[in-house]
Design a protein around this ligand. Structure first.
Ligand code: NAD
Length: 260
């Protein structure tokens, strides 16, 4: 068990990548906080973990809401005695040409990915410093933290921004034993991706199969999707790493789509 008794908050963990990270963390002995928009959805994931013999609690947390974020972290400290790991994972996708994008859509994307990362980081860093036992902060970036695709301008902008935040946190957190890294997955079959396949097919005027083969997986070494388990194993590795040698980095998990 690589994360025995570590307390981990995972945002956006009622679904997809975040859910698998939460389940894997629990299998590795962590006490996991499922933080998501709707309490019932978060509770359902927590219940799955508890039924499998793990330790979990659910909190309702819109990562854009300062009060909810601070309360969720305070409730975590009250229940589990501190915070050791933050996985800042909550996110959305919007498929649109830049020239058709509304300012409200642009702001929403940056608010979820960047304001959300800032607010959860600030609350967890404060708790980690108060606890005096260091910590690990992991952002869910993307291959789009390093390169761009058409129709995703605010997503690409936000995911690039996380690299800067992670580097700043690595610098400021070091004196308190806080490390900060970014995971950059390629395409993973989650609800977020399943929704954009028909949207991209319509906007690009091609079939859904062509979107998968010739847009999403074209530049991988083997035409394979990355899996939620691939990403979860990377999140375990980063959180369990023992020294400050691995901080301020991004790790790409994408079947060779992007090579750093
Ligand atoms: P998903 O849609 O399956 O899950 C996203 C979760 O985030 C949902 O449970 C949703 O309720 C939650 N969420 C959305 N807005 C929120 C908010 N304001 N506050 C709290 N929770 C909120 O998506 P996923 O594919 O698992 O994506 C998770 C993360 O991984 C995102 O940051 C996404 O950008 C990133 N990512 C996904 C892929 C992919 O191919 N699926 C690739 C690279 C990066």
């Amino acid at each position: 068990m690589l994360l025995k008794d570590k307390v981990a908050i995972v945002t956006g963990s009622a679904s997809g990548i975040g859910k698998e990270i939460a389940m894997e963390y629990a299998r590795q002995g962590a006490k996991v906080v499922i933080a998501d928009l709707a309490l019932d959805a978060a509770q359902a994931t927590a219940n799955e973990i508890i039924a499998a013999g793990g330790v979990a609690m659910a909190v309702a947390m819109n990562v854009m809401d300062e009060e909810q974020v601070d309360k969720g972290v305070a409730d975590t400290v009250a229940a589990f005695g501190g915070v050791d790991v933050l996985i800042s994972n909550a996110g959305i996708q919007i498929i649109s040409p830049l020239i058709d994008l509304g300012l409200d859509q642009w702001k929403k994307m940056l608010a979820i990915h960047l304001d959300g990362a800032f607010l959860t980081t600030r609350a967890c860093m404060r708790a980690m410093i108060a606890g005096g036992r260091g910590g690990s902060i992991i952002y869910m970036g993307s291959v789009h933290s390093h390169l761009a695709s058409p129709l995703k301008s605010p997503y690409v902008t936000a995911k690039h921004g996380l690299l800067g935040l992670a580097k700043a946190v690595a610098k400021e957190g070091a004196k308190d034993g806080i490390r900060s890294n970014v995971i950059c997955p390629g395409f993973v079959r989650t609800p977020l991706v399943d929704k954009q396949i028909p949207e991209q097919a319509k906007t690009l005027g091609i079939s859904e199969n062509d979107v998968i083969k010739n847009v999403m997986l074209r530049d991988t070494v083997d035409g394979e999707f990355t899996t939620v388990q691939d990403v979860a194993q990377t999140a375990v590795f980063l959180a369990a790493f023992g020294t400050n040698a691995l901080t301020g980095q991004s790790v790409t998990v994408s079947h060779g789509w992007h090579m750093q």
